[in-house]
Design a protein around this ligand. Structure first.
Ligand SMILES: [Zn+2]
Length: 66
């Protein structure tokens, strides 16, 4: 499978499923640009820990994006 997801801000390639999922969760499923975890932290002005906690939270809820 060709993976075209890369970070819009820093260009990091091959974003993980978690990273893609949290992008869609936080920014909406129709977003055109994706951010890696580091850039998303800057963009959303949260800490990495907060973001990782959210990913776990969504996983526990059985979110299909993850
Ligand atoms: Zn990035």
């Amino acid at each position: 499978m060709k993976d075209s997801s890369s970070c819009f801000a820093c260009g990091k390639a091959r974003l993980t499923k978690d990273e893609v999922g949290i992008n869609k969760k936080m920014l909406g499923t129709k977003i055109k640009q994706l951010y890696c975890l580091d850039c998303l932290v800057d963009y959303l002005e949260v800490t990495a820990d907060e973001l990782l906690a959210k990913i776990e939270e969504f996983k526990e809820q059985g979110c299909k994006l993850f």
